[in-house]
Write a protein that binds this ligand. Structure first.
Ligand code: IPM
Ligand code: MG
Length: 357
């Protein structure tokens, strides 16, 4: 039976990069027998402009019905002055919560061809392969109470709440341990247990879950140290597991080790492996519409989709090999450009990947 993929281009460079990823999917469908139907819907600023809200009911319904969702990026200066409750980002958060996508996998892999594009020394990053497992539907992003209150003293008070239940920590920890079993068998759980009670519980539950995985070596690290270690000696890490907000921050940091945030895909999964796939970068309004964006993170997100939601590992490898091939051939978008290479735009890069498939 054919699988349905809902495509959500979103804002900024979203439509450009998603266009290239769709070409890749269409090629696999038309020439290699991938049995998929593609559907498209609005999210983020594009949805605000068309319907008044960042996540129309029909988009959420289609996303629930689909076998997998592919998202570009949301947000931009045009919508920044809106109330925070109806900004484009709420569309993304609404999808994550509405689809119960609690497990966010963010691999930071250095393509050897790009070792020179990192701001860190090649010997520090060469061979880098970290998997960040970020909790995605809880923590301070969703905790109550939240908002800005008017105090009796006349001033206002902003409030957000960091909250995790044992079951939430348990299930994300298991995802991390299961992944570690298929990799280097090491998990580093990142918290701020020296200050925050909530993450003291996080550490306790992660340790308890670790008891079910005797083969995996579990370590704990405070988030400030983890940020430092990521730039000091990143190759010490195999799998990192952490809260929603710490994962947001550490994954941007890890991305930059690989040369460009334009290279990194992500998967956001529910209990059953259904997922939403997106590049970890944002909508990059400064370069939107100019054909300069790097589509490789989105194309590599399609590979993750094939692997995690569509059970097509051979097709996933086909995409990853094609990306390797275009990098070997010296093609570079501006974000990963270096001397002697061949600078191309978003569309040319997508076409090259399609040709290499
Ligand atoms: C990310 C992004 C989002 C987040 C924003 C756009 C809401 O930064 O996916 O990392 O904070 O989760
Ligand atoms: Mg982020």
């Amino acid at each position: 039976m054919s699988k349905t993929i809902l495509v959500l281009p979103g804002d900024g460079i979203g439509p450009e990069i998603v266009n290239e990823a769709v070409k890749v999917l269409a090629t696999l469908r038309d020439e290699h027998g991938l049995d998929v139907d593609l559907d498209e819907a609005l999210v983020g600023g594009a949805a605000i402009d068309a319907t008044g809200g960042p996540l129309p009911d029909v988009t959420l319904e289609l996303a629930k019905e689909a076998d997998a969702v592919m998202l570009g990026a949301v947000g931009g200066p045009k919508w920044e002055s809106l109330d925070i409750t109806i900004r484009p980002e709420k569309g993304l958060l609404g999808l994550r919560a509405g689809l119960n996508l609690f497990a966010n996998l963010r691999p930071a892999i250095l393509y050897p061809q790009l070792a020179g594009a990192s701001t860190l020394k090649p010997e520090v990053v060469s061979g880098l392969d970290i998997m960040i497992v970020r909790e995605l539907t809880g923590g301070i992003y969703f905790g109550q109470p939240r908002g800005v209150n008017q105090l009796e003293t006349g001033e206002r008070q902003g409030i957000n709440t960091l909250v995790y239940t044992e079951s939430e920590i348990d299930r994300i920890s298991r995802v991390a341990f299961d992944i570690a079993m298929k990799r280097g068998k090491r998990v580093c759980s990142v918290d701020k247990a020296n200050v925050l009670e909530c993450t003291e519980l996080w550490r306790e539950v992660a340790t308890r879950v670790g008891g079910d995985y005797p083969e995996v070596e579990l370590s704990h690290m405070y988030v400030d140290n983890a940020a430092m270690q990521l730039v000091r000696f990143p190759k010490q890490f195999d799998v990192m597991v952490t809260t929603n907000m710490f994962g947001d921050i550490l994954s941007d940091c890890a991305a930059m080790l690989t040369g460009s945030i334009g290279m990194l895909p992500s998967a956001s999964l529910d209990e059953n492996g259904k997922g939403m796939y997106e590049p970890i970068h944002g909508s990059a309004p400064d370069i939107a519409g100019q054909g300069l964006a790097n589509p490789l993170a989105t194309i590599l997100s399609v590979a993750m989709m094939l692997r995690y939601s569509l059970n097509e590992p051979a097709m996933a490898e086909r995409i990853e090999s094609a990306v390797n091939k275009v990098l070997d051939d010296g093609l570079r978008t501006p974000d990963i450009m270096s001397e002697g290479m061949n600078e191309v735009g978003c569309e040319q890069m997508g076409d090259a990947v399609v040709a290499a498939l």
